[in-house]
Design a protein around this ligand. Structure first.
Ligand code: CO
Length: 461
C-alpha cells in the first residue's frame, strides 16, 4: 500500500489542476496479447514453483485431488519425500505445507556494498533466535503472499470483474492462513493486511472495488495489484503490475528497474533522500511508446515506500522516488516496503473518487459518539481490524451473518445496511477516529505502474 511522501521539497506541479475522471477504458489499441505479462514479475521469491502446483484438472477436484496426486507420487521410487502440494485456487494451509513453523526464508538480497551489511553472521543468528516468533509470523505471511500472488498472476485475465479478482485473492489469502475473518476478532489474528488494490491505468493506488462495482478488466488496461497479508499483525506488503498489451512493456520495465534499484541500494545508514535519487535515475532512463506517442517515464513524486510496524502499514519513515533533502537513515530493525510508481502522466497523484480504504488512527482522539450505530461500527472496526487498513467490502462480509438472518427482502436490506454503514463510517472519518485513503490518481488518460517488495536491513525474512 502506498504511503504519501511528505516533504517541502516535493513541489506539486503548477497549473495542472486536479486529475480528472475515473479509471478504466482509456486507449484504443487492441494490440496483440503477450499472454501473461506479469508472469515474469520480480517479486521477492519470484522463483518458479510451478512444480509445487497441481494441474488444473487435479485442482478441479480440490484437496481430494491433491491428495490423490500426492499418493501417486509416493509410489514413484525417485520421489523420496511426499510433497504436500498447493491447490488452484490456493486452499492448503501454509502451516500444513511447512510444519513446525519451518517457513522458507526470504530471498537473499545482494548488496552492492558489503560493508553496509554490518551485522555478523553470529549476531544475525542471535537476532533471529530472539525474534523467532516475529520471524515465523513474517515468513508465514510472506509464503502465503507468494503462493497467492503466483496463482493470481496465472489466472487474472481480461474479461474478469475487479470484484471477482479481489474476492479470489482475498479468499485464497484467508484460506492459506486459516482465518476466514467472519467470526468476531478472527481477521485480526491473520488474514488481509490491507484491502487488495486493483488500480487501473491512471489510478496509481488505493482503489478496491466497493459493493456493486461492475468494472471489467480490459485487454488494454494497466493494472497494479497490491496485496497485503498479515499474521499476528506482521504485514507483508508487495505489489506488481499486469498488462496484456506489449506496448506497455517499457513502462513496466522502468518501474521494475527502479524498485529493484531501491532494494539493491538500500541498507543500514543509507539516507532516504539519496536512495530516492538512485530510484529516480533508474526510472527516468526509460521511455515508452503508447499508441504512437513516446512518453518519458516519470517517477510519481508524492507516493513511495515506507516502514511497516506491527498492525500499522505506514510507519514513520518514507522512501521517496526522487532525490530529496531527507537525511533520515535506514536503521537496523526497520522493515521497509520499497515501492515505486512510474507514470506517463504528471508524476503526481491527487485524491479522487469514491473511497474504499480506511484505517483506525493509532492516535485517534477520544470522541463522545452520540449515535449508538457509530459506536457499534467503531467497536466492530477495533475488534476485527485494530489499526489494519480495511475496505467497505470487509465490513460488508462481517455483516453477512446478520444479513442472512433477515429472511425477506435480503437485497434491499443489504442496500439499506450498506448506506447506514457508509454514513457512520463518514462520521468516524469526520471525527478524526478513522482515516480514509481515497484513490490516488494521476492525469486522466495516463498510465501508471508499480512494483513493491519488502526489505529488512538486517535479517532475511
Ligand atoms: Co506499500
Amino acid at each position: 500500500m502506498a504511503a504519501k511522501v511528505p516533504g517541502d521539497d516535493l513541489n506539486a506541479p503548477g497549473g495542472l489542476g486536479n486529475a480528472q475522471g475515473s479509471a478504466g477504458s482509456n486507449g484504443t489499441a487492441s494490440g496483440t496479447a503477450t499472454g501473461d505479462a506479469a508472469a515474469e514479475q520480480s517479486g521477492e521469491g519470484s522463483d518458479d514453483d510451478a512444480d509445487e502446483h497441481v494441474t488444473g484438472a487435479t485442482a478441479a477436484a480440490g484437496e481430494g485431488g491433491a491428495k490423490k496426486k500426492k499418493n501417486k507420487k509416493k509410489k514413484k521410487p525417485k520421489k523420496k519425500k511426499a510433497l504436500t502440494v498447493q491447490t488452484e485456487p490456493p486452499s492448503v494451509l501454509i502451516s500444513q505445507l511447512f510444519p513446525n513453523n519451518n517457513y522458507p526464508k526470504g530471498e537473499e538480497v545482494e548488496y552492492t556494498d558489503e560493508n553496509r551489511y554490518r551485522t555478523t553472521d553470529e549476531e544475525k543468528r542471535h537476532l533471529d533466535n530472539i525474534n523467532s516468533d516475529f520471524l515465523s509470523d513474517y515468513r508465514q505471511a510472506a509464503e502465503a503472499h507468494r503462493q497467492v500472488r503466483q496463482w493470481a498472476q496465472k489466472i487474472i485475465k481480461p474479461g474478469q470483474t475487479l470484484t471477482e479478482i479481489a474476492n479470489g485473492i482475498e479468499d485464497s489469502v484467508r484460506r492459506l492462513v486459516g482465518h476466514d475473518g467472519l467470526s468476531e476478532g478472527d481477521a485480526i489474528i491473520a488474514g488481509m493486511g490491507f484491502p487488495t488494490g486493483l488500480n487501473l491505468d491512471e489510478i496509481a493506488a488505493h482503489f478496491s472495488p466497493n459493493a456493486g462495482n461492475k468494472t471489467v478488466l480490459q485487454q488494454n488496461n494497466v493494472m497494479k495489484v497490491d496485496i497485503g497479508v498479515h499474521v499476528n499483525g506482521r504485514i507483508v506488503d508487495s505489489a506488481f503490475t499486469m498488462a496484456f498489451d506489449p506496448m506497455y512493456d517499457n513502462l513496466l520495465a522502468a518501474v521494475k528497474d527502479a524498485t529493484n534499484t531501491g532494494v539493491r541500494e538500500a541498507g543500514i545508514d543509507v539516507r532516504l533522500g539519496e536512495l530516492g535519487g538512485l530510484i529516480q535515475e533508474a526510472m527516468e532512463s526509460y521511455e515508452c511508446e503508447i499508441n504512437g506517442t513516446v512518453y518519458p517515464i516519470k517517477p510519481i513524486r508524492n507516493i513511495g515506500g515506507h516502514t511497516i510496524v506491527p498492525y500499522s502499514i505506514h510507519g514513520t519513515k518514507s522512501v521517496p522516488a526522487v532525490k530529496t533533502d531527507d537525511t533520515t537513515k535506514m536503521e537496523e530493525g526497520d522493515v521497509f516496503a520499497i515501492e515505486t510508481f512510474g507514470s506517463t502522466g504528471n508524476g503526481w497523484v491527487y485524491d479522487q473518487g469514491e473511497v474504499s480504504h480506511y484505517a483506525l488512527r493509532s492516535d485517534a482522539p477520544t470522541v463522545d459518539l452520540r449515535l449508538s450505530s457509530a459506536k457499534s461500527l467503531l467497536n466492530t472496526i477495533k475488534k476485527n481490524f485494530g489499526t489494519l487498513p480495511f475496505c467497505r467490502r470487509y465490513l460488508d462480509r462481517l455483516g453477512q451473518e446478520k444479513y442472512l438472518l433477515g429472511v425477506w427482502h435480503a437485497q434491499s436490506l443489504d442496500m439499506y445496511l450498506e448506506r447506514l454503514t457508509i454514513g457512520q463510517l463518514n462520521n468516524l472519518v469526520k471525527s478524526g477516529i478513522v482515516e480514509d485513503y481515497p484513490p490516488l490518481i494521476d492525469k486522466k488518460g495516463s498510465y501508471t505502474a508499480q512494483f513493491e517488495h519488502k526489505f529488512e536491513p538486517t535479517s532475511d525474512l
